[in-house]
Write a protein that binds this ligand. Sequence first.
Ligand SMILES: Nc1nc2c(ncn2[C@@H]2O[C@H](COP(=O)(O)OP(=O)(O)OP(=O)(O)O)[C@@H](O)[C@H]2O)c(=O)[nH]1
Ligand SMILES: [Mg+2]
Length: 379
Amino acid sequence: MGMTGAGKSTFISLCTQDRAAVAGHGLLSCTSRVTVHTMTYCNRTIHLIDTPGFDDSGRTDGETLQELAFWLAAAYERNIYISGLIYLHRITDTRLQGSAFRALTAFKKLCGPENYCGIVLATTRWDELTPDQMSLASGRQRELCKKESFWGDIHQGGGKVVALSAARIDAMNIIKHIVSKDRRLTLAFQRQLIDEERPIHKTDAGQLLYDASTEDFRQMQDQLSIAEQDFRNIIDTEHSERREELSNFMSNLSQNMKPFENDLARLKMTAKDLKAVWEENLRKDLEDIRRASEINEERLKSRLNQFQSLPNSGYSDTASVTGMSDEVRQLERERDDLFIIKKQKLAGRHSTTTTTTMSVVGTGLAVGQLVAALACTVM
Ligand SMILES: Nc1nc2c(ncn2[C@@H]2O[C@H](COP(=O)(O)OP(=O)(O)OP(=O)(O)O)[C@@H](O)[C@H]2O)c(=O)[nH]1
Ligand SMILES: [Mg+2]
């Protein structure tokens, strides 16, 4: 888990030693963002789950939590347990407030204090600091650990705190730590969603986001009421400029209110309601990937045919040949990325074990495709 840009996918790439975790960005915008990455460590198969961060510009926190709820519920119902949770944080961020603080608090509520011992808190981006900034950054890390509302409670509850360099060895030490503990965690969020059958907004983590969205929504409603009143007051006057200004303001505000309104509805769902929504989302994503692969394949085939039909001599250094070979290379890269994306979505499909060891990176939880794959629900 961690805010967007904290380094979750990079961490996974370091562990798995392939670029799969960071591949395909921007190529396709899938609704589902949870991906599974598998590695072997000391003869054990480890599944690293990459999750979207809160505060992602492409989606609301409600969407993120809803997807996590789907995967976590699916895992729990199939007796697939999480071995550890890794929370990443950029040490270069000088303050922990606003949305970052809310995301951290939501993460804690998602885990529950009884699972703090299974958390690793890791700071990234140390390599970006100048020698002068190092001691300030170390001070910030100490401060994070001291303050209960930051990392203090997790630290006291047995969570491990590490400074993570961009080197593989540090990332692997975290894996080693989690594997050595050999834990099977049931998160508070999973218990509340499944055993207690609470809708998302009545779970501890969900309530936090629901209350925050409700508050934001109310503030916007108040602003809209004031603007509407102002508009009514000048409707029969000559103030056409002001009328236009107010009209634009109201229409923008209504647009901005929609995601909040949708989030409030999203968070009211139960684990049962989520299944239908997310299975449909996953089906659409896979269909999009299939279509994109087909288009890529056709374009690649047609370009290669054109390329091969060119005369062998005299043209090899012309601009058009260079342009075409660049395009072919680009299409080949796209094909490889699409293959990787598809593999991540379906990872574990052929696995039959249900006692898989899991570590969760990112917003913590997305036992995602793996669970779907194990249960073969996403094909
Ligand atoms: N210098 C430096 N850059 C890093 C480090 N970790 C990650 N990055 C860079 O930060 C950017 C974001 O990293 P990601 O791993 O994609 O972040 P993320 O947490 O997966 O972000 P989302 O997927 O948006 O939630 C990338 O350009 C990485 O190369 C680090 O320790 N040092
Ligand atoms: Mg990422």
